[in-house]
Design a protein around this ligand. Structure first.
Ligand code: FAD
Length: 117
């Protein structure tokens, strides 16, 4: 069995990947319903995250930095910022957020083009 720290890091990697990818695919101009869906997802993510300590710390960060959901870019930058707050606490390097949308391209751009047709 892998060391606990390795398992925790892998869970973090996978979780952040999904988290940032969802934010980078959030609509450019979200409807109130789409805003609510993302707000619910973020709140639930914090509630169900399986590392208890992580979840507790993240809930505190969410209070301090409430989700910014007015547009795709705003949401993606907010997500980058809150991850940087976790990085700071764990003494990790700050991530450069300036290319966040490109960094989390999921290859699903075509889906969006189809929706607009
Ligand atoms: P990660 O932080 O997992 O990041 C993965 C990749 O994302 C990086 O390699 C980089 O390419 C990119 N990245 C880095 N920063 C950003 C950013 N700001 N925006 C966008 N992309 C970025 N671990 C603990 O030990 N204690 C905790 O309290 C804790 N709390 C956590 C809370 C949450 C909500 C989550 C999801 C994870 C938490 N973790 C915690 C795990 C921790 O954040 C890392 O995932 C883990 O330490 C592995 O780190 P890493 O260096 O591989 O990169």
């Amino acid at each position: 069995k892998m060391a606990n720290e390795t398992l925790k890091a892998e869970l973090g990697n996978a979780s952040w990947k999904l988290f940032h990818t969802i934010l980078a695919r959030y609509p450019e101009t979200p409807t109130p319903e789409q805003k609510q869906h993302l707000a619910d997802y973020i709140r639930s993510f914090a509630l169900v995250y399986p590392c208890g300590d992580c979840a507790r710390h993240f809930a505190v960060l969410l209070e301090k930095y409430p989700p910014q959901l007015s547009s795709r870019k705003t949401a993606a930058l907010w997500g980058c910022h809150i991850h940087n707050q976790v990085n700071l606490r764990l003494h990790k390097q700050e991530y450069d957020c300036s290319t966040i949308l490109e960094d989390y391209d999921c290859g699903c751009g075509q889906d969006e083009a189809e929706e607009l047709q």
